[in-house]
Write a new protein. Structure first.
Length: 304
């Protein structure tokens, strides 16, 4: 469990750097081309790592449909995020993605039978309230925020699907296959923009590939080592890093509501670590206590 928490914290701390680069590129490039660039470069990096490590890269013989589905989910999520970044501030777009761990938790509880405890539920809710304090949504949602929320839903489905993935493939091979497969899916939409490729894009493309490969590998590894409900509150630290990057890169200064929200995010993560029995077990014990009390009351009446 602890290794999963560490991996997800490391992943969400790196993610906003890739998002900031994508936002910067979005001023001159199309969202499809940016996502294609991210995953194609990340796939090449994964291939290089596999070659250096003597790892065979292959499309899995088992769970091929699952591999295609997970790739489509994460590519769709990233495309919607890049679109949102061109419309709304970095922290707002990242904040919309915070629906992902809630979606992943609900899917994992419903499909994989993960146990939901009171501390995990409370931690997720408190962290989510902290995110709302930072986002301070108005009476209506902007189109960019709707795109970010939709992307978060797809990302949550991807995280839950990764939790149940059992294809027996080496993580580096899985990363290479998923990134290259994803870039192939986007190629028809990205091809019109490939003519814009220049030497000036080489450095940001390489940085995007490194960040994408690192965060992708760390996130999948975290969800394979820990339950989704346990990791959900820590996913909100993504917004902490996004606020810092937004301040340094785009000069976005958070106010007091944001600071209070950050405190709630940290508190939610700590609360989720508390060990407790699953909610279903607690409810069952409560029902048994009530039943026992009724029986005892009935026996007392009989004696009287």
């Amino acid at each position: 469990m602890k290794s999963g928490v560490f991996l997800i914290l490391l992943s969400v701390s790196l993610t906003p750097f890739g998002d900031a680069l994508s936002k910067q590129l979005g001023q001159t490039q199309s969202p499809f081309f940016i996502v294609f660039l991210r995953y194609f470069t990340a796939g090449l990096i994964a291939l290089a790592l596999a070659r250096m490590g003597g790892i065979t890269v292959h499309f899995p013989a088992r769970d091929r449909a699952g591999t295609i589905l997970r790739t489509a989910l994460v590519i769709g999520a990233m495309t919607l995020l890049i679109m949102a970044l061109s419309m709304i501030p970095l922290a707002n777009a990242v904040g919309g993605f915070l629906i992902a761990p809630i979606v992943a938790t609900l899917i994992s509880v419903a499909i994989y039978g993960e146990k939901l405890t009171f501390p995990r539920l409370a931690g997720s809710l408190i962290s989510f309230l902290g995110a709302l304090l930072i986002l301070r949504p108005g009476t209506s949602l902007e189109p960019g925020m709707l795109l970010a929320l939709a992307g978060g839903g797809l990302l949550g489905a991807f995280l839950a699907a990764s939790r149940g993935a059992r294809c027996g493939q080496h993580p580096v091979s899985a990363l290479a296959v998923q990134c290259l497969l994803g870039s192939a899916m986007l190629a028809p939409l990205a091809l019109p923009a490939i003519s814009e490729l220049s030497i000036a894009l080489l450095t940001p493309a390489l940085l995007l590939g490194v960040v994408t490969a690192a965060t992708h590998f760390l996130t999948v590894a975290a969800y394979q080592r820990s339950e989704a409900a346990r990791l959900a509150p820590f996913f909100y630290f993504n917004l902490v890093a996004a606020l810092i990057v937004g301040l340094v890169w785009f000069h976005e200064i958070p106010g007091w509501p944001a600071m209070i929200g950050l405190g709630c995010i940290v508190a939610g993560g700590l609360i989720s670590l508390v060990q407790a029995a699953p909610i279903s077990s607690n409810l069952g014990a409560f029902r048994r206590e009530i039943r026992g009390a009724r029986l005892a009351k009935g026996e007392t009446r009989e004696l009287l």
